[in-house]
Design a protein around this ligand. Structure first.
Ligand code: DQA
Length: 151
């Protein structure tokens, strides 16, 4: 296992509007509440969380690349970029640890373009439709994946 207990949690476009945006898909908790839940679960695992939200593709690529070397793992919800960003997928592929991709909503039960999941091809695990609790499950999975790669 990497010595680092830092995990990087990355949220893509419009996820800053959680709690007010399409609540039928994304629920009523806002970004601060999500972060609080993440911090609580992280402390159970002894993780320190670096949280980044950006609406800009290049900033998301940079966040993934910046996690290399320093972070034990990445949890990422690339939001709309999930469906077409080869740049984010490439950065995820190059990351030197486990990556879990999270989608809050049931992407397979919505518009057909959401079935096309590009970035997920570079993820070690994928969670969709569990609401914001998906981020907590992702943390449990990261812990397990990190233990597996222990030498
Ligand atoms: C999302 C699903 C995407 O299709 C959408 O563009 C988002 C959020 C989710 O968390 O369910 O912005 O990634």
């Amino acid at each position: 296992m990497k010595a680092s207990r830092i995990i990087t949690v990355i949220n893509g476009p419009s996820l800053s509007r959680l709690g007010s945006r399409e609540t039928e898909h994304y629920g009523t908790s806002n970004q601060d509440e999500l972060l609080k839940m993440i911090e609580e679960r992280a402390s159970m695992h002894g993780f320190t969380v670096v949280f980044i939200q950006s609406d800009i593709e290049g900033e998301l690529v940079r966040a993934v690349n910046s996690a290399s070397g320093g972070s034990l793992g990445i949890i990422i919800n690339p939001a709309a970029y999930s469906h077409y960003s080869i740049a984010i997928m490439d950065a995820m592929t190059a990351f030197d640890g486990p990556v879990v991709e999270v989608h809050i909503s049931r992407v397979f039960s919505r518009e057909s373009f959401r079935n096309n999941l590009v970035t997920a091809q570079a993820a070690d695990a994928f969670i969709a439709g569990a609401g914001i609790r998906g981020y907590l499950h992702a943390m449990d999975i990261l812990q397990e994946l990190a233990e597996k790669t222990e030498v």
